[in-house]
Each structure stands twice: as C-alpha cells, then as structure tokens.
Design a protein around this ligand. Structure first.
Ligand code: ADP
Ligand code: TRP
Length: 321
C-alpha cells in the first residue's frame, strides 16, 4: 500500500490545508509506504516571482517536518527534483481528451480569479496525474476540492491501461475525510488563500489570535441563546477542542448567558495550543537549514529510483523503448 500526496508552495500553510491535507497525510505514514512532495512545478502556474517560489518551497518543507512528517519513514522530496514526471505527463497528455480538462472547476475558478489562462494551468491535472501515477500510489489523501483531479488521474490511468496493457499504471483511490472535507474560513466561505480568509498556523501569536477575535458574529445579546446552526465559531472550535469542551460550547450557545467574545477567546486559545508543539519544532528546524537540504536530497534520490522503474515500464508499453 503506497500513500502519496503533494502540496503547492504557494503561500502560508493554513488550518484548511492542515486538516484537509497535511494531517491526513502525516497520520497515513504509519499505514505503509508514503511519498510526500512539494509541488513546485504546479506552483509555477500561479507563483510568478522566483524568490517567492524558492522561499515558499523551503517554508513548506519546514511545515511538513514540523507537522510530523518523518523523513526516516516517508520519502519526502521536491517535485522538480524528479523531472521524469514531465515525461509521464507528456505521455498522459496524448491520451487525455481536451473535454476532460475543460470540465475541471479548478482551472475555471483560477481564471475567474484573474490568473492567466496558461497552458500550464489548463494541463495542471495531467501533471498531477503524472505525480501520482509515476510512484504507483494506491491512496491519495487530499481535500475535497481535489476530488475531480483524482477522477482525471483515474481516468487517464484507465486509458493507458486500456490502450497499452492492464497493469501499466496503478489506478489510485482518493482519501477524503468527510468530517473535515471543507474547513470554513474566517468569513464562512471555504478557507482558501485565494479568498484571503485563512487562519495561518505558523504566524505570530498576537495577529493570529486577532484574526479570530475579528470574526463577524450576529448581534444576539450575551444573555440570549445563540444559533448553533450556521455558527462559524463552532465548526472551527471542533477542530481544536476535545469533544467535552466542544459540547460545552454548544450547550452554552443553546442556553445563552455567554457572549461571542468569550467563545472567540476560547477558540483562539484552543487554536494556539493545538499547534504549540509543531510551532516549537518548526523553529528548531528553521535554525538548521542544512538539515532540510539533506532531507530533500535523500528524498529526491529515493523518489527518483521509484520513478525510473515506473517510467521504464511505461516507455516499453507505449513503444518509446
Ligand atoms: P488554497 O485553497 O488555500 O489555495 P490549496 O489549493 O493549495 O489551498 O490546497 C492544498 C491542500 O489543502 C489541498 O489538498 C486542499 O484540498 C486542502 N485544502 C485547502 N483548503 C482547504 C479547506 N478549507 N478545507 C479542507 N481542505 C483544504
Ligand atoms: N493540486 C494539489 C493542490 O493544489 C497539489 C498536488 C499536486 C497534488 N500534485 C499532487 C496533490 C498529487 C496530491 C497528489 O493541493
């Protein structure tokens, strides 16, 4: 059983990324072979400043390690350290109907948000399929918004197998945790960098807590009961608090007598405490840049060894070798 996932180095890690992608990935390390990578080729579709791309790549490496990725157990690498992925992407693109890509929401959403409609952005799902298929991954933990890309991946693997022989590529399964499928942002929409509504994980304490204190709530007076349905504080609190504490906050919403300010303070504390150990670990790791380089170099070598085996198999199947 092989697990694989990637994250783009396109900004600061936020609570949505953590619960939607990072935490599931880290906890799946135990389940078998794990491959985790920094999708820097993908990030090029939206990150246009080389200094940003370089810096965010390092930041994301720190995030992964701070959140519990164990480089002894998992293969951890930069996407661009295995350039073979581009060859597989090309091969996949020759069996990929344009209509399959035209259906992808993520492309349409990004263009609607003002990103340039480049070929790279359009072909993004094909490269993502190559990422997954190159390593014979069976399970891919992702947030719900990546579900469609996993369908494209399965489709392309199926087409290759049909055209060039069953067993040429492994057809992967997405792993999407329904309980945290969409983490709400500070404004109630999906938490996302593009909506500027994120709660970052590794920023300074004061400004981070302030973001929580500024969440908009309704004008129910302190003593009155407050709506549980549609509450923004409760689903966030549920992520950080244990069940008893969460139930207590629900009960206090229903009973009235506690104001939103109190709830927010409790949420801010729970959020801060939840990531405390990871924050500590991250600052220790940041003090030793050579360590990150070493981990990524070792990961790249291992990833490349696996990639070469798959690519050889595919090259033979399609007639390139
Ligand atoms: P963003 O929307 O902030 O740009 P990305 O698209 O880079 O985030 O997402 C990285 C990973 O985190 C993906 O697997 C994605 O599904 C997951 N993710 C992002 N936002 C959320 C969210 N609000 N809830 C759950 N998962 C999320
Ligand atoms: N598209 C993913 C995202 O935006 C990142 C990604 C690239 C990925 N390649 C992948 C995720 C392969 C899982 C598997 O989050």
């Amino acid at each position: 059983m092989r697990v694989l996932t990637g994250l783009q180095p396109s900004g600061k890690l936020h609570v949505g990324n953590y619960f939607g992608a990072m935490e599931p990935a880290v906890s799946l390390q135990q389940a078998g072979d794990a491959y985790y990578f920094i999708a820097n080729y993908h990030a090029m579709t939206t990150v246009k400043d080389p200094a940003d791309l370089r810096a965010w790549t390092r930041e994301l490496a720190l995030d992964f390690l701070a959140c519990g990725l164990d480089p002894q157990r998992s293969v951890f690498f930069r996407q661009s350290d295995v350039p073979e992925v581009n060859e597989l992407a090309w091969i996949l693109s020759t069996v990929c109907p344009l209509s399959l890509l035209e259906k992808c929401h993520s492309y349409k959403d990004k263009v609607a948000k003002g990103f340039s409609a480049s070929h790279g952005l359009f072909a993004y799902p094909v490269l993502m399929a190559a990422d997954i298929l190159l390593y014979d991954a069976n399970q891919v933990p992702v947030g719900k918004d990546q579900k469609q890309h996993l369908e494209v991946t399965r489709d392309l693997a199926g087409k290759i197998n049909e055209a060039f022989g069953e067993g040429t590529l492994v057809v992967p399964e997405p792993i999407i945790r329904e309980s945290v499928a969409v983490v709400p942002g500070l404004d109630g929409q999906k938490m996302s960098k593009s909506y500027h509504n994120t709660l970052p994980i590794f920023d300074e304490e004061k400004p981070s807590k302030k973001l929580i204190m500024r969440i908009q709530t309704d004008s129910t007076p302190v003593e009155e009961p407050k709506p549980v349905e549609g509450s923004l504080l409760l689903p966030l609190y549920r992520l950080f608090a244990d069940d008893a504490a969460y139930q207590e906050m629900v009960a206090q919403h229903e009973a009235g007598g506690v104001g939103y300010g109190d709830f927010k303070k409790r949420l801010a504390e729970a959020y801060w405490d939840f990531f405390a150990t990871m924050r500590q670990r991250r600052s220790e790791l940041a003090a030793d840049p050579g360590y990150i380089d070493e981990v990524l170099a070792q990961g790249a070598a291992k990833a490349r060894a696996t990639a070469t085996v798959t690519l050889d198999r595919v090259r033979k199947a399609v007639g390139l070798a």
